[in-house]
Design a binder for this molecule. Structure first.
Ligand SMILES: Cc1ncc(COP(=O)(O)O)c(C=O)c1O
Length: 389
């Protein structure tokens, strides 16, 4: 391994939501944060070098994207997912969630139905409700072994009149990297019922061994025309604070609607730093990413072994992607409120309560494992203390 992921970095002066906003959510900052989905690792040296060079220029005026920027995204999609996209399908956005919200505002009307699958990243639920659209929830089906599949029968029974389906691919928090067959089955249902798809693929690069990311839109030309794909280098390379993402919109009509909506609110330029960081990440960051994935898999295996050996009542299934562990605490016999309380007050650890992911999240906690192994161990020790009655 070329890169070091073991160093613990003090983030107390890092103006970090993960480290400095725990008091707002948990009532104390004196906790080990394993919640917000960013990493406690430094970004790849190639990104830091590009940022330093840009910083040293000393002028941070309005930016323009060079062709090489779009090309770095096009090449990444081709190399990593075997998906040939065109640079004129790309729309800049400061974030995936803002894109989803804007698409809802521009391409649906008040009270239109939008379908999501829960449990899921909570803004999927709130962005629909906050835009006064009707939320239709198809719960994921949980199997005996703790893994999740889509419930196609349930989807079909509820899809009449739905305008958009918001897909989480790969899935946060269930850790599923949906297979091509699973996605095709879903996409065929959507096409049959005239439902457009927003595919949130922000976790598409965090794929564990033996699994492969399939961009939903890459499955067929029809899917491509029916899908708005949201991607970003921000989760992959720990640069979410630079605030950038992109939508991939092959459908010309849809492209015009979304592009003009961003132009209307004058969101069309990268900031000086996301511009160079994206290109550096996509052109030079692959070796770092491979090392990160190896280290992450080590963290995940370590955590699962620790849980099996020390907290046998917790149930956990190894994720296929994402750096998030979705753990079933229900067998320990505490209510969600009691569990949340002991984790914070006794364990001094900040996890995401399963209930915040909606339907099917009861009894679960989500643990972010994108941190040095010593922190993973410390967090697990704290969880053990918390649930030992
Ligand atoms: C599935 C998913 N989508 C979107 C986001 C946030 O994306 P952004 O910061 O670009 O809005 C996250 C962050 O955790 C996520 O897990």
């Amino acid at each position: 391994m070329t890169y070091n992921f073991d160093t613990v970095i003090d983030r107390s002066n890092n103006f970090s939501a993960k480290w400095s906003e725990m008091d707002k959510k948990y009532g104390s900052n004196d906790l080990l944060p394993m919640w917000v989905a960013d990493m406690d690792f430094k970004a790849a040296p190639c990104i830091i070098d590009a940022l330093k060079e840009r910083l040293e220029q000393g002028i941070y005026g309005y930016t323009t994207r060079p062709d090489s920027y779009n090309q770095s995204i096009v090449n990444w999609a081709s190399r990593r997912y075997n998906w040939n996209i065109k640079s004129d399908w790309l729309i800049f956005s400061p974030g995936v969630v803002p894109t989803i919200s804007l698409v809802i505002q521009e391409m649906t009307s008040k009270n239109d139905k939008i379908m999501i699958q829960e449990p899921v990243y909570s803004p999927f639920n709130s962005v629909v409700k906050d835009n006064s659209r009707e939320l239709v929830i198809s719960p994921l089906k949980k199997l005996e072994d703790g893994s999740y599949i889509m419930d196609y029968e349930d989807i079909e029974s509820k899809i009449e009149g739905v305008k958009f389906f918001i897909l989480c691919n790969p899935h946060n928090p269930a850790g599923r990297v949906w297979s091509k067959d699973e996605l095709k089955k879903l996409g065929d249902i959507c096409l049959k019922h005239n439902v457009k798809v927003i595919s949130d693929e922000i976790h598409s690069d965090i794929i564990l061994k033996g699994h492969k990311h399939t961009p939903f839109a890459s499955i067929s030309k029809e899917f491509e025309q029916n899908t708005i794909t949201c991607m970003a280098p921000t989760k992959t390379f720990n640069i979410a604070g630079l605030q950038m993402s992109y939508a991939i919109v092959p459908n010309e009509e849809d492209f015009k609607i979304i592009d003009s909506a961003f132009t209307r609110i004058d969101i069309r330029r990268n900031n000086s730093f996301s511009l160079v960081a994206t290109e550096a990440a996509y052109n030079q960051g692959e070796e770092w990413l491979e090392d990160f994935l190896t280290y992450l898999e080590g963290n995940i295996d370590f955590a699962i072994k620790y849980i099996e050996e020390n907290m046998p009542k917790l149930k956990v299934k190894k994720p296929e992607g994402t750096y998030l562990l979705w753990v079933d605490f229900s067998e320990i016999g505490l209510t969600d409120e009691e569990l949340a309380k002991v984790l914070v007050e006794k364990g001094k650890v900040a996890l995401n309560n399963g209930t915040s992911f909606g339907m099917g999240g009861n009894g679960y906690q989500r643990i972010n494992l994108a941190c040095p192994r010593s922190m993973v161990e410390e967090a697990l020790n704290r969880i053990k203390t918390a649930i030992t009655l």
